[in-house]
Design a protein around this ligand. Structure first.
Ligand SMILES: [Zn+2]
Length: 314
């Protein structure tokens, strides 16, 4: 009997009503001693090994599932070498790098980061999507994912590789967003089941959320810069030192000036010198500084500041 109970959830339901999502929805939920979970009316029924049953409403679990699946990861999670953002590949899709360089103080020495550096400018040379994916997502490389938040633009017809046809003229957009990660793929494959479970459901993932936030940041930065005719006086320079070990956070340092990006060292001030910032503060700091009319620059692009930052990061 317990076997059949366990199998009553379809693929989408198994992903939504996972033990961890139930715990995210009900913090005192006991994840142990469960022999089955099934769906009944607007509830799930959790059956324990001793035969007892716990009935829980599905709505909070939907909310927990959605907010976990589309949570915003920290700013450096998907930046490539030299703080490189998503790189346009083709078919309206971008290579999204995993932030190997920023995961650890020695992250840049990992084989993954080294391969990213070698490949960062060469992905466009791989013209086949399957080949690109096996390069990006192989266990050894694990470089990142392919993502198309506005939908892939697939070639409308087979293009003869020996001809000189301009591929862009034969492409039609597919409106559905796409990400090559496992989570997004599972949602796409079981979309009907997801939509039966959650009305109007659309696939999402952590990469999609991060990409959209990053694009929002770039758009806003352009707006702020354009508002001062491209030569802003109010500027921020930032640096990041990744964590030394997994129990610590990295260190994010911000300097600001009202004398332009090229201003000499003595025109710059540390932002909130008595507070320390980590990667977890970065999104908010960027948006707040831009709200105040400041344009952010990576400190590494401002050589006149290199001497003081060595002291700040230490
Ligand atoms: Zn994804």
């Amino acid at each position: 009997m317990t076997q059949s109970i366990h199998n009553q959830l379809n693929s989408a339901q198994e992903l939504i009503y996972s033990r961890s999502n139930i715990r995210r929805a009900f913090t005192d939920f006991d994840e142990t001693d469960i022999c089955g979970i099934h769906r009944l009316d607007n509830n799930i029924v959790v059956v324990r090994n001793d035969g007892s049953e716990q009935v829980l409403p599905i709505e909070p679990i939907h909310t927990a599932y959605l907010s976990f699946t589309s949570r915003l990861k920290q700013f450096f999670s998907y930046l490539g070498p030299n703080y490189r953002g998503p790189s346009l590949w083709r078919n309206n899709a971008y290579v999204l790098f995993k932030g190997w360089n920023y995961s650890h103080a020695l992250g840049h020495t990992t084989i993954h980061a080294q391969m990213q550096k070698r490949w960062a400018d060469k992905f466009t040379m791989v013209d086949n999507q399957e080949a690109l994916l096996s390069l990006l997502q192989s266990d050894q490389a694990d470089l990142g994912h392919l993502i198309a938040p506005d939908g892939l633009m697939m070639p409308a017809k087979q293009v003869d590789i020996n001809s000189d046809i301009d591929e862009t003229s034969t492409q039609v957009p597919a409106a559905e967003p796409y990400c090559s990660c496992g989570s997004f793929k599972r949602q796409l494959e079981n979309l009907d089941e997801f939509q039966q479970e959650i009305t109007g459901y659309q696939p999402t993932c952590i990469h999609m959320t991060w990409f959209k936030k990053y694009r929002e940041l770039l758009v806003k930065r352009t707006q702020v810069r354009d508002a001062c005719n491209g030569t802003p006086e109010k500027c921020v320079a930032w640096w990041y030192a990744p964590p030394e070990d997994s129990t610590n956070k990295g260190k994010f340092v911000v300097l600001h000036t009202k004398s332009g990006a090229q201003a000499p060292v003595h025109h710059w001030r540390t932002y909130k010198p008595n507070e320390s910032f980590t990667e977890d503060h970065v999104w908010d700091l960027f948006f707040n500084m831009m709200d105040a009319g400041y344009v952010p620059f990576p400190g590494s692009s401002l050589p006149q500041l290199s001497s003081i930052i060595k002291k700040k990061k230490a």
